[in-house]
Design a protein around this ligand. Structure first.
Ligand SMILES: [Zn+2]
Length: 510
């Protein structure tokens, strides 16, 4: 069989290249990666688990098998009490072999991946940080990967160092920052970041992780515009989260209170992925993949949306009728009624969590490289260090401000612009605002027979309550008061009292 076409050949020819998903998140949920260090020892410890995940992404349509070498540098493998059970070289070698084995089963390339280092966060020198990338690179050369990806960098300075090391191999180099449209953690704009990466030698630039697909596409659009304006040439890639993050600030989903163990309600559906794939393609981004939260079915959705452009459906589509067509075989008639595109395209999925807010307040401690709080250590975090953090979390604003003032790079941190959410909410200005008291009265009349206490009483209002957002109806949504009143009695909840309504509007317990 002829060797598969290289990454540059494909992109130069205008082909769509589909990436895979984020392995540390997927394998953490399967029990092979520890959340916290997020290191890839599983490449040696559980090769069958890593191989299977590669295979599922390949079957879902991925053209790139990224080596499972995220955080596989010696300085990260031995950090904050994580013990070096295998050397970085052992893990990198095993990961290369697994990616190659599965890539050879289909039309896929192997990409050797490096990412940001604790050494950079701890203000080590350029030479020291570059030495860390060089060690991983030696393995990638020995194993002859097809191309290289420097990804998940919060600071463009470190990403540029990585690109400078990787490009010495002569292999194609892709570079992704984990930033949004606001730029890197030192306030360098997304466009300027891209220009610096291209000038350093990256042929493909973009973003991965930290933000939802639409936010990442927005960031790459800014990069593309700036690179073109500067008269430079590049290809573009995007590998976002599979989580909705409209409420994130510049640090992305790390700041969300739900990170990393409560993110499930934010997961994109396969239908959301269709929109993402189309948006990325329309923006001229032709290397389209995923990062944390992506499961193989998300990649399959990307491949299905772009099947016409790619001229092929993925193998996994054998078990997936286009736009829900498989439901035609369902036994229940109302489920068969869902075997159509407009049903799934227009669905607004419920979370099933009546007391949960749809948006959170991100932490925003504002520390980044240059701040003493980000200095790393090989020893385990001590009880005393933990207590300081727990105390600080109780008093977030005051402490983080004073810490920022003490930081040598306080001015740089302040250069990061405040976040303006990209999500477009419907214009509700002309809509009548329902009067909560009136609504409750009407409900009380209709639901009197169910007015028995079945739910626990709401907790007392917190002194830290956020400002209330007025309750408004969104046009077109089915859950109007009238439709609620039409529900059969067994589906009704007892009416809310004003305390509960306040509790819900506040977004649950503080
Ligand atoms: Zn990620």
């Amino acid at each position: 069989m002829a060797p598969p076409k290289g990454i540059m050949e494909r992109l130069d020819a205008g082909e769509v290249v589909i990436g895979d998903g984020g392995f540390v998140f997927a394998l953490e949920k399967r029990g092979y990666v520890k959340a916290g260090p997020w290191t890839p020892e599983a490449a040696v410890e559980h090769p069958e688990a890593v191989r299977q995940l590669h295979r599922e992404f390949l079957r879902a349509g991925a053209n790139v098998m990224q080596t499972f070498t995220f955080y596989a540098s010696d300085d990260k493998l031995e950090n904050r009490g994580n013990k070096l059970s295998f050397t970085g070289a052992q893990i990198n070698e095993a990961a290369c072999d697994l990616a190659r084995e599965v890539a050879n089963e289909g039309d896929a390339l192997v990409a050797g991946g490096v990412c940001q280092t604790p050494s950079y966060l701890s203000c080590k020198s350029e030479t020291e940080v570059k030495g860390i990338f060089k060690k991983q690179l030696d393995v990638f050369i020995k194993k002859n990967v097809d191309f290289l990806i420097a990804e998940y960098f919060e600071h463009v300075e470190e990403a540029v160092w990585a690109v400078e090391v990787l490009k010495e191999t002569g292999k194609p180099v892709a570079a992704c920052l984990c930033i949004g449209p606001e730029g890197d953690m030192h306030g360098v704009s997304a466009g300027e970041c891209a220009i610096r990466l291209v000038k350093a030698g990256a042929q493909i630039v973009g973003v991965n992780c930290h933000f939802d697909p639409m936010t990442c596409v927005e960031a790459v659009k800014l990069m593309k515009a700036a690179v073109e304006k500067a008269g430079l040439k590049a290809h573009y890639m995007v590998q976002p989260l599979a989580y909705h993050t409209p409420d994130c600030s510049c640090q992305g989903f790390i700041d969300l209170p739900e990170f990393p163990f409560g993110l499930e309600p934010r997961i994109l559906t396969r239908w959301d992925m269709h929109k993402y794939a189309r948006e990325a393609y329309n923006a001229g981004i032709y290397f389209i993949g995923g990062c944390c939260g992506f499961e193989p079915y998300h990649i399959r959705a990307v491949a299905e949306e772009l099947a016409a452009e790619r001229g092929v459906l993925p193998a996994a589509s054998e078990k997936h009728g286009t736009w829900g067509a498989g439901l035609e075989m369902h036994t229940k008639p109302w489920v068969r009624a869902r075997a159509r595109r407009d049903y799934w395209e227009n669905l607004k999925p419920a979370s099933g969590r009546p007391l949960c807010p749809s948006l959170s307040t991100p932490d925003g401690w504002g520390v980044t490289k240059g701040d003493t709080d980000l200095m790393q250590q090989t020893e385990a975090t001590t009880k005393d260090q933990l207590k300081q953090l727990f105390d600080r979390q109780q008093r977030p604003l005051v402490v983080s401000l004073s810490s920022k003032m003490a930081a040598p790079s306080a001015r740089l941190i302040q250069a990061v612009r405040p976040h303006a959410p990209l999500i477009k909410f419907p214009n509700r200005q002309g809509n009548p605002k329902p009067n909560v008291q009136e609504a409750l009265k009407t409900l009380a009349v209709n639901f009197q027979q169910h007015n028995t206490p079945s739910a626990p009483p709401p907790p007392p209002p917190s002194q830290f309550a956020r400002p209330h957002v007025p309750l408004t109806l969104i046009p077109g949504s089915p859950d109007t008061l009238a439709s609620v009143q039409l529900l059969p009695a067994r589906y009704r909840r007892r009416p809310l009292n004003t305390d509960e309504m306040e509790f819900i509007q506040r977004g649950g317990p503080e």
